[in-house]
Structure formats: structure tokens, C-alpha cells
Design a protein around this ligand. Structure first.
Ligand code: IVH
Length: 598
């Protein structure tokens, strides 16, 4: 906040004194614009393609607002984005397709007052004294438009920019409920219909995947929506063993028009008759009091829903009344989304530590006075990276607001400057690795700090935990505490050392039967499939999919180890789909071969 104040002051000085000469603030502002553009593009990439967003939607909106304000104030300094529109869900991975009827969004309201004003406006514009409303849960996923011709599936297209989205039909095999055709007599089915709905991930599926991540020592996904988006948008989605769901709630183009249901509740009934999953929990309401109570009712029940929700959608029921009220360019005037407030709590930062990951990336983590939030006790929260620490200016001793906007992983929403202790100082990014004291390096994006020492004990511990995890070679009985014990005793310095252990030298926690079990687990892990071993090595950019490609291509570990860079090319193309040859060869050279020699 303080840095932002300083920044605003600099900006004001620029505006007052800025002339033909480059003012002192110009370079700073240009740099800030450039930084914001890069940062927003990076978050889009994380959100839409990798499904691992680092910041909350609100924090993302904040970055966009700051950039828009700067670009409006300095149109000459704005850097052309070459056709990139932020927030557009198109990732370039799939062919684009035009919607027949545009896909509109929804206007949002956040307070009861705004909700009542919406009802009053719609009642007035509808020309009816007591129009009926339908209140539905707002599913938190990814909007989709599915076209059926004569009852046959044609394509599934994401919203994109509303006019044109991405055709993700190739991936619909992983979406339960998107069967091939509509049920019913062909003569009674519409010639063409665009059905609108949401692709989402159930809480059960989300938890299952996160449990797998956890046992593999991989970072957890923060929200089922992000994971649903990231999954559907992956070229290899069908190989991932992930389940998505769809629910329908709307209709776009419909031919003939006479086949269009006359009301929202009739549409939901029709969708069900066609055999499609439609919203089950839609409620009828009339008048502002009733609408408001019904929205609150959904708010009260939503914790028990098997799907993620972030609000309730209020729609005028009758299509004739909807037409009367009309729409704007971006949203219908007859519907609104009421967003439930996120859960928040204030607590104190006890300390900030820099954790070293298995690839050496340093992540700042705030230790908190433990607080209850949304049913769990929060004692730590990630601050993601050095840039985020600088941007938020979180200091030790600060009171921070922790928010859980449906997220499993809570995030710092803001710092309460009024409660900042006088002696609080900005957190400096470490110059050296907190574990092994090696000078840290910044990665190309200048956002992440990395310990470059492959022998760093912290990295070693994390690598061993990953190697022994269920997602890799699965050494039963060897978890983080066991790895700590082996490393502290100096018995294990790399993966290969695990296979040189003898039972009599194991630390005391493995006396007797436990030691036998561990030795058995290590022995059994030698029979793990080759791809599990490759994945277990934790080489940057070599995940499960690439490990499987490598294992298939080279068959044995010795063939893989003997491979020269040119062996990574088949038919003039790198064998590692999505991984460039240079990335592949760099990894092998930088990886200590003695670790593989086991
Ligand atoms: S109706 C023309 N109903 O929320 C009206 N949308 O923030 C179009 N959403 O783009 C939308 N649940 O992706 C509608 N029951 C529901 C919904 C819903 C989730 C999504 C939809 C929309 C977004 C707006």
C-alpha cells in the first residue's frame, strides 16, 4: 500500500511537471505498465492454461484496473498488446469457432440493496405487476455452448470473447453428461440448438485429485474452477484421468424459434427431457422480499452442494417478459448474478519464511496467529513469490486479511496499515538460500528466486519425498519425516543412496518390523514402471506425460541414459510432445548422473 501511495505521488508529479523532456517518473511508469502487462499475461497463462492461479480473482482485477488507469492517463506509453484481450478464455490451443447467438455474461450485484434495485427495475421494465423469477445456484466453472443439429452433437465451444470461442469438442469425453445425442422423436427435436451451460468439477473429484497431488508432494490446486478450466483446455486432457461435469441452464440460437421453451422453468424441464443434466435446485420467487430470501436460502444451503458455487442467479422466468426487458451488449437486463461475500478474517503475521522447493524455487510463506476460517484453522499462508511480497508489502507483525473465496487455499487479501507496528520493516528477498547459503538467482521472468545448488539439503529432502511418493516409485513407509531422518543422519545424499541402505544402519525410528517394512518397500520400488522412475527424478519440465513418452520411446533406463540429443528427435520433431529439445537436453546435462546410476 505504501509503495502504491509513493507510486501515485510520483505519477502526480509527472502529470504536473511532465513536458517534452522525459520526466523522472516516465521511466518508472513505463516500467510499471510493462510489468503489469507481463504480470497479467502471466496470470492469464496460469489461470487458463496451467490451472494454478497464484492470486485471487479480486487481486487479478486489481492489476487490470491499475493498468487500465495508467494506460488511460498515458495513452502514448501504452504498449500495444497485438490483439490480446485480457480475460478472454481462448488459449490458442484449439480451433476457434463463432457462436451463432452471442454468449452474454451476467451483471453482478454484491448487496441486498443492489439486488432489490435489480428486481424493481425488471418489474418496471417487464410491464407486468408480479412477474415470476427463477433463482438458481451460480455454478463456478467454465461457460460452454453445446450445439446439437437434429438432436446430434455437433460441437462444444467455450465462451471466448462472447462472439467467438474455442472448439473443445476433442475433450468432451472427460465431461460426464455430454452424451452424443438428445433424447426424443427426431421430428420433435430442433433442427439446430445451442445449449448453454457450465463445465465444472465436483468437490469430490477436486479432493481426490488434490489428495493425489499431496501424496506426490506436488502443489495443491486452489479451486475446482481453475482445475476444470485448466483440464478442459489441455491438449492431453483425455489422458489425465480427471472427471468433469456439465450442467445446462440456458439456450442460444434455436431453429425453429417455435421450439424455444417459453420460460426458464420450461427450458430446464425440456433439457431434462432431452436427457441432459439441467439445474436441479432452481427455485421460484415473486417480488423483492421473496427473491432476496430465496437467494439467501441458496447461500445457506450451498455448503452442502456437491459442486462449487459462488453466487445465485436471478432470472425473469417468462421469455416474453425477458424480451420486454431486453439486453445490453454484454449481458441480459432480465438476469443478475448475486455474488456471495468471501469469508474473511484478520490475523497477525508472526514471521515470513522462505521455503525451498525440490527444484530450488524459493517460496515466501507467512506464519500466522492461527485463526478459524470456513471450518478450518489457518496457521500459514503462501505469499507466492518475492514480487507478490513486494507488491503487497506484507511485513512481520502486520495484521492481514485472509480470504477464502471458496478457495481451499486461503490467500492474503490485504494489510491493515492502521495496525502496522512502528518498527515493521519491508521484507527483503533473501540474497542466499536459507538452507545452504548459496547465492540465489532470479529466473527469466524475474518473479521467482531459485537456489541453484542441486545438493541443497532442502531440495534434496523434497526430491526424495517426491521420488518415494505414490505418484512416483511408491516406497511404502517413507514419508517426509522419514526422509528428514535419513538426510539428517547423513545416510542419503541422493536417490541412489536409498538403494545402498542396509537395515542395521537405519535410524532408531525404524527398529524391528518397521525397518523390515521399509527395506521391503525400497526393494519393491525397483520394480516400478520406468515412467514412474523418470517422473520420480523430478527433472524440471519432465512431468507424468513426458515421462511416459520417454519410457515408451526408450523402453529401458540404460537406453535412455545412453541417448544423445539427436535421439530425442523422431521424424524431425522432438519426441517430447510440448517440450523442446533444448529443454530436454538441458535437463539431462544438469542432472547429476550418479542419481540415475541406481
Ligand atoms: S445464465 C444470458 N445461469 O456465470 C444468461 N449463468 O458470471 C447467461 N453461470 O457466463 C448466463 N451458473 O458462465 C447463468 N445458473 C446459471 C449460471 C450461470 C453459472 C455462469 C455463466 C456466466 C457467468 C456469469
Amino acid at each position: 500500500m505504501a509503495s502504491r501511495l509513493l507510486f501515485c505521488r510520483v505519477l502526480l508529479l509527472c502529470l504536473l511537471f511532465g513536458g517534452a523532456q522525459a520526466s523522472p517518473g516516465e521511466a518508472e511508469t513505463r516500467a510499471r505498465i510493462e510489468f503489469l502487462q507481463r504480470e497479467i499475461a502471466r496470470h492469464d497463462e496460469l489461470y487458463f492454461r496451467r490451472a494454478t492461479p497464484e492470486i485471487t480473482d479480486a487481486a487479478y482485477d486489481e492489476l487490470k484496473r491499475e493498468l487500465a488507469a495508467l494506460e488511460t492517463a498515458h495513452p502514448a506509453w501504452a504498449i500495444p498488446r497485438e490483439g490480446v484481450t485480457f480475460g478472454d478464455d481462448r488459449s490458442g490451443t484449439f480451433p476457434t469457432a463463432e457462436h451463432v447467438a452471442p454468449m452474454l455474461g451476467l451483471d453482478k450485484v454484491y448487496t441486498e440493496e443492489e439486488l432489490r434495485a435489480f428486481v424493481a427495475r425488471v418489474v418496471r421494465a417487464s410491464g407486468r405487476p408480479q412477474p415470476a423469477f427463477v433463482v438458481e445456484p451460480k455454478f463456478d466453472g467454465l461457460a460452454i455452448s453445446v450445439t446439437y443439429r437434429d438432436g446430434r452433437f455437433v460441437r462444444a465451444v467455450t465462451r471466448g470473447n462472447g462472439r467467438e470461442g474455442e472448439d473443445v469438442s476433442k475433450n468432451i469425453a472427460i465431461v460426464r453428461g455430454l452424451q452424443e445425442g438428445l433424447r426424443g422423436e427426431r421430428s420433435e427435436l430442433p433442427r439446430l440448438v445451442e445449449l448453454r451451460g457450465e463445465i465444472y468439477m465436483t468437490w469430490d473429484e477436486f479432493r481426490r485429485i488434490n489428495e493425489e497431488q499431496e501424496s506426490a508432494g506436488e502443489p495443491l490446486y486452489s479451486h475446482p474452477r481453475n482445475l476444470a478450466v485448466g483440464t478442459l483446455k489441455r491438449i492431453d486432457a483425455t489422458t489425465l484421468n480427471r472427471q468433469l461435469d456439465v450442467v445446462f441452464y440456458g439456450i442460444g440460437a434455436c431453429e425453429p424459434e417455435s421450439a424455444r421453451p417459453a420460460s426458464q422453468h420450461a427450458l430446464l424441464a425440456q433439457l431434462r427431457a432431452w436427457g441432459l443434466p439441467a439445474i436441479e435446485n432452481a427455485l421460484a420467487a415473486t417480488g423483492a422480499d421473496d427473491v432476496s430470501e430465496t437467494v439467501q436460502r441458496i447461500g445457506g444451503e450451498r455448503a452442502g452442494f456437491p459442486f462449487p458455487t459462488d453466487g445465485a442467479v436471478v432470472k425473469l422466468d417468462e421469455v416474453a417478459a425477458q424480451r420486454e426487458v431486453g439486453e445490453s451488449d454484454s449481458a441480459p437486463r432480465w438476469a443478475v448474478a448475486f455474488k456471495f461475500p468471501p469469508e474473511r478474517v484478520e490475523t497477525r503475521v508472526r514471521g515470513i519464511v522462505w521455503q525451498v522447493g525440490r527444484t530450488g524455487v524459493l517460496t515466501p510463506v507467512a506464519d500466522l496467529d492461527p485463526v478459524e476460517l470456513g471450518g478450518t484453522t489457518i496457521a500459514r499462508v503462501t505469499l507466492h513469490n518475492a514480487e507478490e511480497v513486494r507488491r503487497r508489502d506484507v511485513r512481520v507483525g502486520d495484521w492481514v486479511t485472509i480470504e477464502k473465496a471458496g478457495e481451499i487455499v486461503p490467500a492474503v487479501r490485504g494489510v491493515n496499515l492502521a495496525r502496522r507496528p512502528e518498527n515493521a520493516v519491508p521484507v527483503a528477498a533473501p540474497e542466499r538460500c536459507p538452507e545452504c547459503q548459496t547465492p540465489v538467482q532470479r529466473d527469466e521472468s524475474a518473479v521467482a528466486l531459485r537456489c541453484p545448488n542441486p545438493e541443497c539439503p532442502a531440495q534434496l529432502r523434497r526430491r526424495l519425498v517426491h521420488f518415494a511418493s505414490r505418484a512416483a516409485v511408491d516406497i511404502r513407509g517413507l514419508g517426509p519425516a522419514g526422509v528428514d531422518a535419513l538426510v539428517s543422519a547423513g545416510l542419503v545424499k541422493n536417490v541412489a543412496d536409498l538403494y545402498r541402505l542396509s537395515q542395521h544402519e537405519l535410524p532408531s525410528r525404524w527398529r524391528g518390523k518397521d525397518g523390515e517394512r521399509l527395506m521391503e518397500g525400497i526393494e519393491r520400488s525397483k520394480r516400478a514402471e520406468l515412467w514412474r522412475f523418470i517422473h520420480g527424478l523430478g527433472i524440471p519440465e519432465i512431468g507424468v506425460v513426458t515421462s511416459k513418452v520417454l519410457a515408451q520411446r526408450f523402453r529401458t533406463l540404460s537406453a535412455l541414459m545412453a541417448a544423445a540429443p539427436e535421439h530425442f528427435v523422431a521424424d524431425g520433431k522432438p519426441v517430447l510432445e510440448g517440450v523442446s529439445l533444448s529443454a530436454g537436453s538441458r535437463c539431462w546435462r544438469s542432472w547429476p548422473t550418479n542419481a540415475i546410476a541406481a
